[in-house]
Design a protein around this ligand. Structure first.
Ligand code: NAP
Length: 309
């Protein structure tokens, strides 16, 4: 039986693995469906990770984390966790390949995935011009025009990144003020090839068999429709947490979650189920920062060691 099953290999899961194994737990496995590193590996530029003075990509920032975490005995299994249940004091972690693992404690560190905007054409053209990852797909639009939808840190940061390779970036936002950090807004405003298209509703993303051909937006003030003829549309309209693995057969969750299915934890990252912890973006009130996710992972591990005695 595992001492600890860590679900998710982003900053929270990796840091928890590091602290748990270095803190003496012998049998710790981190389940990660893709490569360790987490959602941050899709970010093009990071300038607010403490101690990291130069701007780096998320991929570069995370490169050394798995290596460090595995040094003390953390095991990594590339497998998706489909369900977590508990019977008595024992958790069962069900994996997508049909196998199961028992564990004395579980840390959910699954993070989040990009939210869909719900625009007409978005689903049909996803992967054919509609994208949620500028680092992955930006290169396809070198010297072309693209649109970025959203007004948060992700949208503005990725718009700035895309502006370096694309001939023009339309930043499409439904209000005329942004929720991104002031310095990020400043960076965005300094880019001469970013045109802000604010106070608009996205009417549709349209295209044909070849992919996206453009984006129609409607002014909230005048009702006028504007057609942005771009081959690439990047949406950054927020994120959904990944807590589905806590869902039980009757549709309830193994532990308390809020209306957005974020996991309710206390300051020790404990859920209301003894032995079950959550860390990083999947928990309530997460600041959604790499440094905070890592800190959550460390906090959880320290308290799991204490819990296991
Ligand atoms: P976010 O902060 O939730 O922003 C989402 C943006 O999309 C908002 O501007 C929102 O508009 C807009 N939006 C939402 N639904 C929409 C829809 N259906 N149609 C059109 N627009 C829509 O999401 P995020 O930018 O992904 O950031 C998530 C979290 O990660 C935040 O806490 C952020 O601070 C953090 N983050 C931090 C960094 C960093 O520190 N470097 C980088 C990236 C993300 P409204 O403003 O009108 O609601």
């Amino acid at each position: 039986m595992l001492d600890l099953a860590i679900i998710g290999g982003g900053p929270a899961g990796l840091t928890a693995g590091l602290y748990a194994t270095r803190g003496g737990l012998k049998n710790v496995t981190m389940f990660e469906m893709g490569m360790p590193g987490g959602q941050i590996t899709g970010s093009s530029e990071i300038e607010n990770y403490p101690g990291q003075v130069e701007i780096v990509s998320g991929m570069d920032l995370m490169e050394s984390w798995p290596k460090q975490a595995m040094r003390f005995g953390l095991k990594h299994e590339m497998n998706q966790v489909s369900k977590v249940t508990k019977s008595g004091d024992v958790f069962t972690v069900e994996l997508s390949d049909g196998t199961k693992q028992e564990a004395k404690s579980v840390l959910l560190a699954t993070g989040s995935v990009p939210k869909k905007g719900g625009f007409k054409g978005e689903k049909e053209l996803f992967g054919r011009g509609v994208s949620t990852c500028a680092t992955c797909d930006g290169f396809f639009y070198k010297n072309k025009e693209v649109a970025v939808i959203g007004g948060g840190d992700s949208a503005l940061e990725e718009a700035v990144y895309l502006a370096k390779m694309c001939s023009k970036v339309y930043l499409v936002h439904r209000r005329d003020t942004y929720r991104a950090a002031p310095s990020t807004i400043e960076h965005m405003k300094a880019c001469e090839n970013i045109e802000e298209v604010t106070n608009v509703i996205v009417e549709e993303v349209y295209g044909d068999a070849s992919g996206v051909l453009g984006l129609k937006v409607k002014s909230k003030e005048t009702g006028e429709i504007r057609d942005l003829e771009v081959p690439g549309v990047f949406t950054f309209v927020g994120r959904d947490v990944l807590s589905d693995s806590l869902k039980q057969d009757d549709g309830s969750y193994l532990c308390e979650v809020n209306e957005a299915t974020e996991v309710v934890v206390d300051l020790k990252m404990r859920t209301n189920v003894p032995g079950l912890y959550a860390a990083g973006d999947v928990r309530i009130d997460a600041a959604k920062q790499v440094v905070c996710a890592a800190a959550d992972g460390a906090t959880a591990a320290v308290n799991i060691i204490e819990f296991l005695g």
